[in-house]
Design a binder for this molecule. Sequence first.
Ligand code: MG
Length: 233
Amino acid sequence: MSVSAHNPPPAAARQPAVLTDFDDTAAVQNVAELLLERFGRPDWTAVRQRFRDGALSLKEYQEITFLDIRADKIAMQEYVRSRACFRPGFAALWQYCQANGLPMCVVSQGLDFYVQALLDGIGLPGVPVYAVDTTFDDNGRIAGYAYAFTNPDAPELGNSKAVLVQRFQQQGHHVFFMGDGRSDFEAGTVADTVFAHRQMAAMCDDAGVAYIPFTDFAPVLDAVKRHMAGVLA
Ligand SMILES: [Mg+2]
């Protein structure tokens, strides 16, 4: 069913779309930091501190630290699968969305290859991933990055999760968004139902943005099911 952006269906009738951040949200761990701790240059934490102090964007911090990494793609993907895991309920939420024809995807400002490694590891390789497109050289070392969903007003920040949220809304969806960090907050200000924890929850508190706290995906699945009951009523 296509829906005109100028004539959207009433809010209660919009089909859900589920968008989740990856590091510290879909994944229990910050997988980027796991990789940097294991394979990064000794001074990667100094670069992270410059990011935390506001001197670097997340995009700059990530590009600098991962270009210096001393491992190839296969070694990093194996390490991710040995050390990281998804929060409980992620697979059940995906299966419910699949069974009901609802879009669900991972939306990350991290690097695509490590998100994909963990999805492959739990047997869910088909979950769509919107992340940084990483290119590798012939030796499997990181060679560069590409950004497919930037905000035209701020392309220097890399991918924008809010742009993706609005893309699904323009397709007629009620967007459920889950996140934990600074890069999730913008998406949280435009999503229809927001699940937040950690820094994102604090930012929502400060800005008066409504959200539901979460530690796993069971309450998300419950909320999507309740919304679907309203759609089908
Ligand atoms: Mg995160």
